[in-house]
Design a protein around this ligand. Structure first.
Ligand SMILES: *Cc1c(COP(=O)(O)O)cnc(C)c1O
Length: 409
């Protein structure tokens, strides 16, 4: 019997079905108390998420983009400054840089992890910047901007090589801001500190998104900043709320960028399941690896260095004939995605930055080859067998005889 039932790229319905009554209680409580903005639900979630990330402060905000922007603002980054990140990320990373008046600068990624390559970061600073050792100021020679910060993005749920990046940042007096929007719960083994550290706990501050499709997703828009810096956290609390700590006493101009109470309550309910959901993603990743390893000449699989515990926000493979693969999978009723097809430095929006094609060869190469396979908690092993079969068919390869789906757990 062949099962042709659709396998979605992402299932956002089933997890909410299971939590329906708890989630409805959150909405009910907000209605009966008229607690819509701020209050105990927001404070409660902030405390829980800070604990989850192993940091002392969490500030709930309206989105991951707000989180990044508010960190830059609070850190005093603005016009005349530049912030280094990678061209292989979602545009929100660089939008937040531009929105505070700073200039995004790119360095290429590492081909094995798809994250910022520390060697490229060093090369850029050594070859394209002037570093004044007295003022400890770094200036990008081409734009004359002060290079103020570096934003490693923990893409697909795997952390960037933070020790290496932090060492370079310390050497060059750069602020490190983690874009942890895809990495809730990911871990990194710090050789410098000889311990595992959570995403969002290493840099000066980190940004999280709770967009519905993220590993921890709200039922709407939401985000958070995590930090161990009390002063920075306090400043961001003001920035998210029109620059006030006391109502109508505005110490500065801020934004309307608060986390609302219903989303905070929903996030508290879902946070209690996050560790288990991440484990399910990791288990699905191991199953994909087992199923697809026989095709490894044709399919590049994700690699997890020994210092990384990834949480597989996405399961991304590389193939030569990507469009064909996607077509065959679509015919088999299997959803796929591409994250992301056009590197940021080649986007129309960033024409003004002046980067030519060929500037970041690793990013440009992998952008042509990557495909994201279905990945979500609750993805069944039998479904993964079907996906692997379809991948093999698309590549005209044979899979070895596998244990029939359903006979294993
Ligand atoms: C989702 C995401 C963001 C932005 O988050 P929003 O909540 O959508 O504003 C930023 N960076 C990365 C890498 C993301 O995946």
């Amino acid at each position: 019997m062949t099962d042709n039932a659709p396998i979605p790229f992402l299932d956002l319905i089933t997890p909410h079905e299971e939590l329906r009554s708890e989630l409805m209680d959150v909405v009910g409580k907000a209605l009966s108390t008229a607690g819509f903005i701020g209050g105990p639900a927001v404070a409660g979630f902030e405390k829980e998420f800070a604990q989850f990330c192993d940091v002392s402060h969490c500030v709930g905000v309206g989105s991951g983009t707000d989180a990044l922007r508010f960190v830059f603002l609070a850190a005093g980054i603005g016009p005349g400054d530049a912030v280094i990140t990678v061209p292989h990320t979602f545009i929100a990373t660089t939008e937040a840089i531009s929105q505070v008046g700073a200039r995004p600068l790119f360095v290429d990624i590492d081909e094995a992890t798809y994250n910022m390559d520390p060697a490229q970061l060093r090369k850029y600073l050594e070859e394209q910047c002037d570093f004044n050792r007295t003022t400890r100021k770094v200036v990008d020679r081409k734009t004359n901007c002060r290079v103020a910060a570096v934003v490693p993005v923990h893409l697909y749920g795997q952390m960037a090589d933070m020790d290496a990046i932090q060492d370079i940042a310390d050497e060059y007096n750069l602020l490190v801001v983690e874009d942890a929007c895809q990495a809730h719960g990911a871990e990194y083994f710090s050789r410098n500190e000889n311990r595992w550290r959570k995403a969002g706990s290493i840099g000066k501050a980190a940004a999280f998104s709770f967009y519905p499709g993220k590993n921890l997703g709200a039922c709407g828009e939401a985000g958070a900043v995590t930090t161990n810096d009390a002063e920075l956290a306090e400043k961001i609390r003001m920035i998210r709320d029109h620059g006030q700590a006391t109502k109508y006493y505005h110490d500065l101009e801020g934004y309307n960028g608060r986390l609302d109470a219903i989303q905070a309550g929903i996030l508290s309910v879902k946070l209690s399941r996050l560790a288990s959901w991440n484990q399910q993603r990791q288990q699905s990743a191991r199953i994909y690896e087992t199923l697809l390893t026989p095709l490894k000449e044709l399919v590049g699989l994700p690699t997890e260095p020994s210092w990384s515990k990834a949480v597989y926000h996405l399961y991304v493979v590389r193939v030569q004939a990507r469009e064909h693969l996607q077509k065959v999978l679509a015919q088999a009723n299997i959803g796929t995605g591409i994250h992301y097809p056009i590197p940021l430095h080649l986007q129309k929006a960033y024409k003004g930055l002046g980067y030519a094609a060929g500037s970041f060869p690793v990013t440009e190469k992998i952008a042509r080859e990557i495909v994201s396979l279905p990945m979500f908690p609750g993805l069944r092993e039998a479904q993964q067998h079907r996906i692997a079969e379809a991948v093999a068919e698309a590549l005209s390869a044979e899979l070895p005889q596998v244990v029939p789906a359903g006979t294993t757990a």
